[in-house]
Ligand binder design. Structure first.
Ligand code: ARG
Length: 576
């Protein structure tokens, strides 16, 4: 027996429809909008009525009659103009839960035709400290990577480092202006290099000549100037090291640490393909590809600027080609701020014209900004851009307020506490980010995001720790066959059985917030169950064993869902 509940029910409906000579296309259920009336509903009779030119209620009634013969349904009714309402038999529901409990994937389906999904997230830039904007890309991308893996696809995550544009030339020019040459550059660490970049930014804003110098250095670097390349290598390395530290702390993983620079050689190929296809135009000193199709004309893609440098668009096109040729991508997904939508529309259309990604799905998942209470992009108290490490530090301080102090006599060492605080703070940051629709921005809630109550990461972590403690307290009771003895128990099992569908939908829609909604509802349903269904004081040994098995299954599913969001589940939670 499969244990994907909706699949089983759809299967049952399909045979009933086929039996009655009805088109099985309409034999699909969805979770009931009226849980007080039924568990699932099917609206197929309404569509069928139009085709068969019959009364929808009549069609629904014949289907209902057939389904009533199946003992797995406790009740089948026809309501309104012809809605089928289905209520499951408790034993059937319990059997599905039992099956989930004995499978390490909880019976979730695996994609029989795994796709290679290249995932482009993170996207930090050389010499710039990461700010909260880079948080979203990393957090959403990491969660989607785990979801892709869970459903059986093959994700390949690439950080796509911004390591090839004018900022490099700006830093090199600034160092030369300061030191006279680049001899000392290898002694500079990330803090110093970031400082040079900040100064360069100010200088280039005020001074056209400085900007021009930076552009020329960038062009020479790209052409292969040995001194510039050597200096660039160092800058890149210290930046990558710093970024790796940040992402490690956030629990964000990458398979590849490639960057724009790695696409440089392929940019020549892109230019050549464009030329061969007659798509390349020389316009005002630059090489461009025009995009004028459709009803929404877009500005042209610029491949090479007048100074000979390749553009951000060119490197993205070259990178697509490499991902298709070398990584055999079936899909390439970009998790990038939605303010870059036009860039991706242009790049995708150019890729299509160039024919470099045939049958490959290219998708930009654009997300909104992290905002402050004023609704504007999040800033520090003094109005600066909040960088990622400061934000993590601040979150840890907030979490530490609700934790006890280290106390060796109670076995709470400082080291243990620091680890726990980090797990909770990162969990809080990530959950806050993933609890909203990805496309919308959100307000970074300084006060509530780390609360143990409400729709927060720590609330779910606490629910897991609570079940762990229940399991420890009842370790003498065996896990038993699952039974339904009250409505809260039933509701929890019904929720658990939706796992596969939620994960499948989150993958298809590339929407981790479906998982955060579900995990929150599940934790709440567990609470309601535990308040009404004692284990130690259960009516019988059998019921106690069943409830313990339900608790364990819920815990395991919650832990898996947190994992899919990129959040750790501490064994124990502490409260001050
Ligand atoms: N480095 C870019 C930025 O900070 C993001 C890169 C996104 N990925 C890409 N393939 N364009 O804006």
């Amino acid at each position: 027996m499969s244990c994907v509940l909706e699949d089983i029910i759809n299967q049952k409906l399909s045979s009933a429809f086929a039996n009655l000579g009805l088109d099985t296309k309409y034999a699909a259920v969805k979770v009931s909008d009226r849980p007080d009336l039924s568990d699932f509903q099917c609206n197929g009779a309404l569509a069928l009525a139009k085709i068969e030119k019959k009364n929808p209620r009549q069609i629904a009634e014949t289907i209902a009659e057939k389904l009533t013969q199946d003992a797995d349904f406790a009740k089948v009714s026809v309501d309104g103009p012809g809605f089928l309402n289905l209520t499951l038999n408790d034993d059937f529901l319990a059997a599905v839960a039992d099956k989930m409990a004995t499978d390490e994937r909880f019976g979730c389906a695996l994609n029989p035709n795994p796709k290679t999904v290249v995932m482009d997230y993170g996207g930090p830039n050389v010499a710039k400290e990461m700010h909260v904007g880079h948080l979203r890309s990393g957090v959403i991308g990491e969660s989607m990577r785990r979801i892709e893996e869970f459903v059986g696809n093959k994700p390949i995550a690439d950080v796509h480092f911004g390591d090839w544009g004018t900022p490099i030339g700006m830093i090199l020019a600034e160092v030369i202006a300061h030191d006279g040459d680049l001899n000392k550059i290898e002694s500079y660490d990330i803090a110093e290099i970031t400082r040079f970049y900040k100064q360069a930014n100010i200088r280039c804003k005020e001074n056209e000549a400085a900007k021009e110098t930076a552009r020329q250095i960038t062009a020479k670097l790209q052409e292969g100037d040995a001194t510039y390349r050597k200096a660039w290598k160092h800058i890149r390395q210290v930046s990558v090291d710093a970024v790796k530290e940040n992402y490690k702390e956030l629990g964000v993983h990458f398979d590849l640490w490639l960057g724009e620079s790695d696409a440089h050689n392929t940019c020549f190929e892109i230019k050549k393909i464009a030329q061969d296809k007659g798509l390349l135009e020389y316009d005002d000193g630059a090489y461009i590809i025009r995009l004028d199709e459709g009803n929404k004309p877009k500005p042209p893609v610029i491949i090479e600027k007048s100074d000979g440098g390749f553009t951000y668009q060119a490197t993205d096109l070259a990178t697509i080609k490499m991902r298709v040729d070398d990584l055999k991508a079936d899909e390439i997904i970009y998790f990038v701020d939605k303010r870059q939508s036009l860039h991706f529309e242009q790049v995708f259309e150019a890729a299509e014209k160039l024919g470099i990604a045939p049958n490959v799905k290219l998708q930009h998942i654009g997300f909104g900004t992290v905002n402050g209470a004023d609704g504007k992009p999040f800033k520090t108290r003094d109005g600066g851009v909040m960088n990622l490490s400061d934000m993590i530090k601040m979150s840890k301080e907030k979490v530490a307020e609700s934790m006890p102090k280290a106390d060796e006599s109670k076995g709470i060492t400082q080291e243990y506490l620091d680890h726990l605080i980090s797990q909770v703070a990162i969990g809080a940051i990530k959950f806050q980010d993933l609890k909203n629709n990805i496309a919308s921005g959100y307000i970074f809630e300084l006060d509530d995001f780390a609360n143990f109550e409400g729709k927060t990461g720590p609330y779910i972590q606490y629910a897991v720790a609570r079940i762990n403690s229940i399991m420890r307290k009842n370790k003498d009771i065996n896990l038993g066959k699952i039974k339904v003895t009250n409505p809260e128990e039933r509701n929890l099992l019904l929720k658990l059985a939706q796992l596969n569908n939620v994960v499948v939908r989150a993958e298809a829609d590339r929407e981790p917030s479906l998982i955060s909604d579900y995990v929150y509802n599940l934790a709440q349903s567990f609470s309601a169950f535990y308040n009404t269904s004692p284990i130690m004081g259960a009516e019988s040994q059998e019921i106690a064993s069943s409830r313990l098995a339900i608790a364990k299954l819920t815990r395991d599913v919650l832990v898996k869902l947190l994992y899919l969001l990129g959040i750790e589940a501490p064994e124990v939670m502490l409260k001050a």
